[in-house]
Design a protein around this ligand. Structure first.
Ligand SMILES: [Fe+2]
Ligand SMILES: [Fe+2]
Length: 143
């Protein structure tokens, strides 16, 4: 059951879209590890693989928000922190409960739902702000 990035998730900023596509690739690697019944060590490796990239991606978005004086940087960052905390909890659960439990799959699916909702609402709003800021800057530079 692959979770695909689709055009409906495009925020219109290529750099952010490309990073989101990579996150989906890494979520699929995690889901594959769970579905194939891999052991806890392998599943945790797949989670770390996802985590490393999301940390980089969140830092990149937060850098763009700071650079462009985005007024809702704080709430957006809080959403990122929530995702990071949920990933930590998932790792803890796998360590204590193993990977065979259905709730591990459910928690992973909850991460995907979070990601889709976050992209559709929060990241699209950020991308609209970035596009208008960059357009205004480009206009100023040509006038
Ligand atoms: Fe974000
Ligand atoms: Fe994002």
């Amino acid at each position: 059951m692959a979770v695909e990035w689709g055009e409906y998730l495009s925020v219109g900023v290529a750099r952010i879209d490309d990073q989101h596509k990579e996150i989906f690739r890494r979520i699929n690697a995690l889901m594959d590890a769970i579905n194939e019944g891999d052991g806890a060590t392998q599943v945790i490796e797949a989670i770390k693989f996802l985590e490393n990239y999301t940390v980089t991606h969140f830092a990149d978005e937060e850098g763009l928000m700071a650079e462009t004086c985005y007024s809702v940087l704080g709430p957006h960052r809080k959403e990122h922190e929530k995702f990071c905390m949920d990933v930590q909890l998932l790792k803890q659960r796998i360590t204590t409960e193993g990977t065979t439990k259905m709730n591990i799959l459910k928690t992973s699916q909850a991460l995907i739902s979070w990601l889709v909702q976050h992209i559709l609402a929060t990241d699209k709003a950020l991308a609209a702000h970035l596009s208008s800021t960059w357009n205004n800057k480009a206009e100023e530079e040509t006038t």
